[in-house]
Write a protein that binds this ligand. Structure first.
Ligand code: BES
Ligand code: MN
Ligand code: ZN
Length: 514
């Protein structure tokens, strides 16, 4: 797919050394240095520039480059600097009400990669006048930002664009810092994270004729290589178990529906209660008989972003050998109109035994989740369940693409999610729930209807899900606004964002590993 990126960490004293061996053929490459407020630079950086410091200062003045975060000074390397190109990256962030914000090394790495992607040899002098508290962690974070920024999904492009002058080569980055050994150690878990996020992105980006439920299950099966136990429940088994709400959604599709259960047993105590993640995996959502309008319907290939996040997360947790027992469960279906498709007015009996009157077949995600959530709490008795779903257009109306909607029956779990959201930048906003909203689901004919009406659409969807979680601590993340088609950033240029993998990996690392 995209050109690979390799990253290593070296000692500061080796920064900018003449390339040897194979690397020498690639030319001297690009030297990246960091500047703080008013073009402040670390001693090591100044030493490396030597007599060229004066030239850089003058070039900065001409270009009005002051070292602010988000700005860069791109120069032909002056004589005496062992490189073809010298890139000065600004790191100073604006001081706000609460002082200067903590530097965002993920974004810094992303910004660097944005400037050097496609360059064979890149050497970064990772040294700032205000040294970060933990330089190894900061550099490892930057390396994660670089990997995430470098991700491209170009599997189906058979020709390169004329405007694409980037050479088709691997980018090799060496990051020079005060603690290369520490950075190498820290970078290992970040690499597992990068792989999980990019896996999730690719699954979301894949077209729906390629990534139908069976193909998706096959991709999840590949986690077995990392020691994950993967079980695929086929339609026959699902019928027998009673997943009628889920099967009803897939019944208009030519593709068989599947449920995939992934298990990672990393806790010292094999019997420790697992944590559980559940994903909506609607591989394509046409709306079914309540068919969607044509405009942007192609985006509904991304209606499995929740399931993609769960698979990406499992990959990360297994690759970094997380010390926790985890269940990942995804419901994979395609929602299509057909003579066999379910209708508005149908009544289905869910796995929980509760009956549901169907109102609008485009509200299919909650039916899929209802059965998977019930199954997971009943069979695995987890410490908590978190589901992720591109569930409602209404969450885009409420929160846009900045925050995912958080709905929960548990304050502790909610607080933890809010905190790791701020720490990772994958932010969540807690929405209200309550009996008054629940009333909107009353049905004349069945235990409930599955759609509440025009108002509070994201909340009534969450109220519906809550009826299938029993007393398990539970949180629902509505990621319709964040999982796909969200704005590009320093660390993401892809349509499928891989949203949630970093958030939930951090949640597990900070609170549930023993
Ligand atoms: N997959 C959609 C929600 C969605 C919309 C995701 C936009 C991403 C972007 C979901 O299945 C859906 O169609 N929801 C309906 C529910 C309605 C029929 C009650 C919606 O939001 O309109
Ligand atoms: Mn739908
Ligand atoms: Zn949907």
């Amino acid at each position: 797919m995209a050109e690979p990126v390799s990253i290593d960490f070296i000692a500061l004293k080796d920064a900018g050394a003449a390339p040897k061996g194979r690397a020498a053929k690639a030319g001297a490459g690009t030297l990246v240095i960091l500047a703080g407020a008013d073009l402040s630079m670390s001693d090591a950086t100044r030493t490396l520039l030597g007599e060229a410091t004066e030239l850089v200062t003058r070039a900065a003045a001409t270009a009005k480059f002051k070292g602010n975060s988000g700005s860069a000074l791109d120069l032909l390397a002056p004589a005496g600097v062992n490189a073809d190109r010298l890139l000065v990256i600004g790191t100073a962030r604006k001081t706000g009400k609460n002082g200067a914000p903590a530097p965002d090394y993920l974004a810094l790495g992303g910004a660097i990669m944005g400037k050097v992607d496609g360059t064979a040899r890149v050497s970064v002098v990772f040294d700032l006048p205000d040294a970060p508290e933990d330089v190894a962690k900061a550099a490892a974070d930057a390396s994660l930002g670089m990997r995430l920024r470098a991700y491209k999904f170009d599997l189906y492009k058979t020709k390169k664009k004329d405007s694409d002058d980037k050479p088709d080569t691997a980018t090799h980055v060496s990051i020079a810092l005060a603690d290369p050994v520490g950075a190498k150690r820290e970078a290992r878990s970040r690499e597992a994270l990068a792989d999980g996020v990019t896996l999730a992105r690719s699954l979301v980006n894949e077209p729906p004729n390629v990534l139908f439920p069976g193909a998706f299950a096959d991709r999840a099966k590949e986690l077995e290589k990392l020691g994950v136990i993967v079980e695929v429940l086929e339609e026959k088994a699902l019928h027998k178990l009673g997943f009628r709400a889920l099967l009803g959604v897939g019944q208009g599709s030519d593709f068989d529906s599947k449920v995939v259960i992934m298990r990672w047993n990393g806790a010292k105590n094999a019997k420790a209660k697992p944590v559980a993640f559940v994903g909506k995996g609607v591989c394509f959502d046409s709306g079914g008989i309540s068919i969607k309008p044509a405009a942007s319907m192609e985006d509904m290939k991304g209606d499995m972003a929740g399931a993609a996040c769960v698979v990406g997360l499992m990959q990360t947790l297994a690759a970094r050998k997380a010390k926790v027992n985890v269940i990942g469960a995804i419901g994979l279906v395609e929602n299509m109109p057909d003579g066999k498709a379910q209708r508005p007015g149908d009544i289905v009996k869910s796995l929980s035994g509760q009956t549901v009157e169907l109102i609008n077949t485009d509200a299919e995600g909650r039916l899929v989740l209802a059965d998977v959530l019930w199954y997971v709490q009943d069979k695995y008795k987890p410490q908590f369940m978190i589901d992720l779903a591109t569930l409602t257009g209404a969450i885009l109306v409420a929160l846009g693409t900045e925050y995912a909607g958080l709905f929960s029956n548990n304050d502790e779990l909610s607080t933890r999610l809010l905190d790791v959201g701020l720490a990772t930048g994958e932010k969540v906003w807690r929405m209200p729930m309550g009996a008054a909203y629940d009333k909107l689901l009353e049905s004349k004919f069945a235990d409930m209807k599955h759609v509440g009406g025009r108002h509070a659409g994201s909340i009534t969807a969450a109220q519906f899900l809550q009826r299938f979680v029993n007393d398990t601590p539970w949180a629902h993340l509505d990621i319709a606004g964040t999982g796909m088609s969200s704005p590009q950033s320093d660390i993401n240029q892809s349509w499928g964002s891989g949203w949630g993998v970093r958030l939930l990996d951090r949640l597990v690392a900070d609170h549930y590993e023993v």
